[in-house]
Ligand binder design. Structure first.
Ligand SMILES: [Fe+2]
Length: 387
């Protein structure tokens, strides 16, 4: 086995660590563009950060129009404002959507044109301005990935700007900031993190290094996701989830995600289903389809999730199948949607061929998946997930 190892940027973890932001920005930066959403404005989190920055002598412009599944159009609008403002640094405050837009805006300040010009791999020409990511949900791992996923409203295409120039310079992981996330957001983003770790662990590009992060993330999420969801004021649970989401992001950066992420893209692009919800709904079916491609690995996941004693001699066939069941049970405990029908967004079986084609076009995650997927298998999974 041969592989590459790195930890992008520098990260800070701990309750209250958000106050470090001024120190990280440094003396040379006087204009900070803050990318966030309406919820964080309403909860006062954006204001609190603005005050911390202004007390440090920094001028702040807030952009709070990021939508749940962010678009190229919104990103272009933010970038135009940031260019006009003369932003020297971009701070992303929020879930994956806010951080993705912030990362994209950072490079759009120095690279001309629309975000759409850079959707693909390695298309960004110049490094962006300083970027600091501050996640307020424990999930996407966007603070540690080099991707910004954006939907083009014009044609529903959902694709990432994937470029090493998108890595954040600093990530600030302050679990106190995740305390206001409601149960549904906590559950959906926590499942996204779990699926990052699980798909990285079963990726054909998994390495000893990525496995280490994936395993630790799965253990912590298995133990704490229910508590963080149903007892949101529990700082210990929030801390483990925040740390686990970061570890899962590191696993993803090294090994990639798999078919579940690819299959979830059309749910977001065509029907506006949130990323975490879409992935969570599909994962039991994807694990069932993948089960015999790496049964020992799924059996390990089952153990790390705490469903089976680590020392038990469960055979790997049973272990892999039970892993799919355990994930379905977890969705039930978290009260997340378990069928496409229950989403009530108008998905019918007539959409499946188009959805399958769009999922297969998400080529990198599909290529990472241990079992090769074709159109027939994609449609089968959507059919199973329907009711
Ligand atoms: Fe994800």
């Amino acid at each position: 086995m041969s592989f590459e190892m790195f930890i992008p940027g520098k990260a800070f973890f701990g309750a209250g660590v958000v106050s470090k932001v001024v120190e990280l920005i440094g003396n040379g930066v006087k204009k900070v563009f803050l990318v966030t959403d309406e919820n964080l404005v309403r909860h006062g989190t954006a204001k609190r950060l603005e005050q911390i920055l202004e007390a440090g002598g920094v001028e702040v412009q807030i952009f709070h129009e990021v939508e749940p599944e962010p678009s190229v159009e919104t990103t272009d609008k933010a970038a135009a404002l940031a260019r006009n403002f003369g932003a020297q640094a971009v701070v992303g405050l929020g879930g994956g959507s806010c951080m993705d837009v912030a990362k994209a805006v950072s490079v759009l300040v120095t690279n001309e044109g629309s975000a759409a010009n850079y959707q693909g791999l390695g298309l960004v020409k110049k490094p962006g301005v300083l970027k600091i990511m501050i996640p307020t949900t424990a999930g996407t791992g966007s603070e540690v990935t080099f991707t910004a996923v954006l939907i083009r409203r014009s044609d529903g295409f959902k694709g990432g700007i994937n470029d090493e120039k998108l890595f954040a310079d600093y990530a600030i992981l302050d679990p106190e900031l995740t305390m206001t996330a409601p149960p549904k957001v906590t559950a959906a983003s926590g499942m996204d993190a779990l699926i990052h770790a699980l798909e990285a662990y079963t990726s054909i590009h998994a390495t000893w290094f990525s496995d280490m992060f994936a395993q630790e993330a799965i253990r912590r999420i298995g133990k704490w996701i229910r508590i963080a969801t149903w007892n949101g004021k529990n700082l210990e649970a929030r801390s483990h989830m925040q740390y686990a989401a970061y570890l899962a992001g590191l696993a993803l950066v090294h090994a990639g995600v798999g078919a579940c992420h690819a299959l979830s893209y059309p749910l977001g692009g065509m029907f506006g289903v949130g990323h975490g919800i879409a992935n969570a709904l599909l994962i039991p079916y994807v694990v069932r389809a993948n089960a015999f491609s790496c049964p020992g690995r799924y059996t390990n996941v089952l153990k790390w999730l705490g469903y089976v004693d680590e020392g038990s001699n469960i055979n790997v066939r049973d272990g892999a199948l039970l892993c799919a069941e355990a994930l379905d049970e977890l969705l039930e405990d978290l009260e997340l949607p378990r069928t496409l029908e229950s989403l009530s967004v108008g998905i019918t079986s007539e959409h499946f061929p188009e959805m399958a084609e769009k999922a297969l076009a998400v080529s990198r995650p599909m290529e990472n998946n241990p079992r090769p997927f074709d159109k027939e298998l994609c449609i089968k999974i959507y059919e199973e997930a329907m009711k």
